[in-house]
Design a protein around this ligand. Structure first.
Ligand SMILES: CC(=O)N[C@H]1[C@@H](OP(=O)(O)OP(=O)(O)OC[C@H]2O[C@@H](n3ccc(=O)[nH]c3=O)[C@H](O)[C@@H]2O)O[C@H](CO)[C@@H](O)[C@@H]1O
Ligand SMILES: C=C(OP(=O)(O)O)C(=O)O
Length: 448
């Protein structure tokens, strides 16, 4: 495993280009494999550890996936599937692995998929996904930690009311319903831009999905899906993370290839904290006004889109640790405060009471040895490290690699001082250590 070593205290300044959205790219790769033979060429796929895991997972099922030819290009050939069993070693690394359950059920009428891992954010059941599959006619059993689903006569469209607007369930059921008999209606669907992105891709592949991005999505099943070219949307979470990097170091950061309309709440909160935001149709920039020595304290509460994203709760909390005053950060989606202990090692004054972190701003943070316990918690530590006095060693850096492409290159482009060193922690298989090889290695042998 590797560590990131950050020399903090440098005012970050410069321009970056946004990566493609991880949380779109992961289901998009699976959706692409729904096309019988494809090929589906995806552009703007981020080169990160989770995407590598998804590519490995699809290949393990017999799906041909090729990298390139352009940077960020990935071509998926649905073809015939080799197996309907997803391997635990890959599925345990990330929750998005569970998307292959719908792929296997829709394409092969059966699926055996271990219950997924992913970030340790408290209990993260997949019961809505399972109920959706059942409503569409699959028989489901949980055995030895895996879901076994069978739909020998195929899936049938139906009406499904989600208990909460779950992103994963909405995307999963849009995918399966696209190849089901008849029409499926999803009510209380998630509104996230990633849902709309995957629906746009599926529609280009020949699916008939209407209403994605609203609470009611209607999917008319079709006989088959075909190949196409599609570019993934910019990663709103990554963009906001780099803006916070500018804010926490009293600097200025301009991110190109960004869609600011996906960032309404985070940008509003950055303004409330005292920063200046400029935006054009494909750029968003943050600068620190002269005289703003520390951010103003800000309260925030996570909520489904268009509310404040839970994936930015931790990065924003890092910024608020140096605020002038006390901020209340309420998390309503997950149990996502494990990183707080690590921030405290760096001098932050944070107390967690039930679902709320009470952050009393301190004038400065100091470098320390810390561990990335989950993806965005790791991003929060990176941000804190960039602002802190002295050196911070972030262990388990692969956790951050799950969702941030070209991490060191982007930090360095802004003038930050960062390097990677082999770590001392013993790998337990929970993160992908070999992930770069998926993008750099030779293409897997073509199947006849
Ligand atoms: C790979 C990916 O895209 N991950 C994102 C996705 O996760 P993910 O799709 O897992 O999150 P969901 O939107 O499904 O979760 C929303 C809430 O519903 C609950 N729930 C969900 C499914 C289920 O079967 N049962 C259940 O109880 C969850 O525990 C959570 O409290 O959306 C989250 C919320 O924006 C983001 O933080 C994650 O980064
Ligand atoms: C929590 C995240 O990912 P996952 O749902 O795969 O754990 C995330 O992207 O912040």
């Amino acid at each position: 495993m590797t560590d990131l070593i950050v020399e903090g205290g440098v005012r970050l300044s410069g321009q970056l280009t946004a990566s493609g959205a991880k949380n779109s790219a992961l289901p998009a790769l699976v959706a692409a494999a729904l096309a019988d033979g494809g090929p589906v060429h995806l552009e703007h796929v981020p080169t990160d550890a989770d995407v590598a895991t998804m590519i490995q997972l699809l290949r393990s099922l017999g799906v041909r996936v090729e990298i390139g030819p352009e940077p960020g290009g990935v071509t998926v050939y649905g073809g015939e599937l080799r197996t309907t069993e997803a391997p635990y070693t890959l599925v345990r690394r990330m929750r998005a692995s569970f998307y292959v359950a719908g792929l296997l059920l829709a394409r092969a009428k059966e699926a055996t998929v271990p219950l997924p891992g992913g970030c340790a954010l408290g209990s993260r059941p997949v019961d809505y996904h399972l109920r959706g599959f059942e409503a569409m006619g699959a028989a489901i059993q949980i055995e030895g930690g895996s879901m076994r689903a069978l739909a020998p006569s195929g899936l049938a469209g139906t009406s499904i009311q989600l208990s909460r607007p779950s992103v994963g369930t909405t995307i999963q059921l849009m995918m399966t319903a696209s190849l089901a008999r008849g029409t499926t209606t999803l009510e209380n669907a998630a509104l996230e831009p990633e849902v709309v992105d995957v629906a746009s891709l599926l529609n280009l592949m020949g699916a008939r999905i209407r209403g994605a991005g609203t609470p009611v999505v209607r999917i008319e099943g079709v006989e088959g899906l075909h190949g196409c070219r599609y570019a993934i949307i910019p990663d709103r979470i990554e963009i906001a993370t780099w803006l916070v990097a500018g804010a926490i170091t009293a600097g200025e950061v301009e991110v190109h290839g960004a869609l600011a309309e996906h960032l309404h709440m985070p940008l509003a909160k950055l303004k409330e904290a005292g920063y200046l935001i400029r935006q054009t149709p494909d750029m968003v920039a943050l600068s620190t006004p002269p005289g703003l020595a520390r951010p103003h304290a800000v309260d925030l509460e996570t909520a489904p889109y268009p509310g404040f994203p839970t994936d930015l709760q931790q990065p924003f909390a890092a910024l608020l640790t140096i605020a002038d005053g006390t901020s209340m950060v309420r998390e309503t989606i997950f149990d996502r405060f494990r990183y707080v202990d690590e921030l405290r090692r760096m001098g932050a004054d944070v107390r967690v009471e039930r679902d709320t972190a009470i952050i009393r701003g301190v004038p400065r943070l100091t470098g320390a040895r810390v561990e990335a316990t989950d993806l965005r918690g790791g991003a929060a530590l990176l941000l804190a490290a960039l602002a802190a006095e002295g050196e911070t060693r972030i262990e388990n850096a692969e956790m951050i690699d799950r969702g941030y492409e070209a991490l060191e290159t982007k930090v360095a482009a802004l003038g930050g001082r960062i390097r990677r060193e082999p770590g001392t922690r013993v790998p337990d298989g929970g993160v992908a250590e070999d992930w770069r090889a998926v993008f750099e290695g030779p293409l897997p042998a073509r199947r006849s």
